[in-house]
Ligand binder design. Structure first.
Ligand code: BEZ
Length: 211
């Protein structure tokens, strides 16, 4: 099933390195970063899971948590955890799903036959507290992901959910933002006490309003 932005993220029950869980219950009230990797005991995946573990405080600050999935068994995941800790200098502190049944891979369309019909690709789904899919990204197996980008997108999603703004190219938390084109100048003046700068009638910037 192809998931689109705004779709409800499918629920599932799965065995993981932290025991059995039901996805919607596990993430209740929080943002989730559900990400697949092709295979345990592979080099790029080892670096990705280690780096993601290091971001635990950053995720917590954003009311978010990570969960990984591959078609390997929980026994394989558990055997691999020691290698990740040894080589990446951090213990994996989030669950890794045993998807040997491919239930999650099928629900989230994580197997791409033109790449490899036995392995999950590197998918990332950012799912909001209401279980809506808010970001999807897919990488081929040989390209490790940039998880700092996931934090940046979380910041943008949370900001733009709360304020009538959009975030410009390469925006990071604290940078100026774009006033929603749907607002008139009068409405923008009411909403943004710091005022705004008009570069074009459709391109107005304002300091980040929650700072
Ligand atoms: C890796 O994680 O290094 C990897 C996994 C599958 C194919 C290629 C690379």
């Amino acid at each position: 099933m192809t998931l689109r932005l705004g779709d409800t993220a499918p629920d599932f029950t799965a065995n993981t390195t932290q025991g059995e869980l039901s996805f919607h219950d596990w993430k209740q009230g929080q943002w989730a970063i559900l990400f697949s990797h092709p295979k345990d005991f592979t080099p790029v995946c080892t670096t990705e899971l280690g780096y993601t573990a290091k971001l635990a405080d950053e995720f917590a600050a954003r009311n978010a948590k990570a969960i990984a999935v591959s078609v390997d068994s929980v026994d394989d995941h558990n055997a691999w955890l020691g290698d990740i800790e040894e080589t990446q200098g951090t213990a994996v502190n989030f669950p890794i799903i045993d998807d040997s049944s491919r239930t999650v891979a099928d629900l989230y369309d994580m197997i791409h036959p033109n790449a490899d019909n036995t392995l999950t690709v590197r998918s990332v789904f950012v799912i909001d507290p209401n279980n809506a899919v808010r970001l999807t990204i897919t990488y081929q197996a040989s390209t490790g992901r940039n998880f700092d980008e996931i934090l940046r997108v979380l910041d943008s999603l949370q900001l733009t959910d709360g304020y009538k703004v959009a975030t410009p190219v390469n925006w990071t938390d604290g940078d100026d933002v774009i006033v929603s084109p749907a607002l008139s100048d009068d409405e923008a003046n009411e909403l943004f006490s710091a005022g705004f700068t008009t570069l074009k009638p459709y391109l107005r910037t304002t300091p980040q309003p929650n700072r």
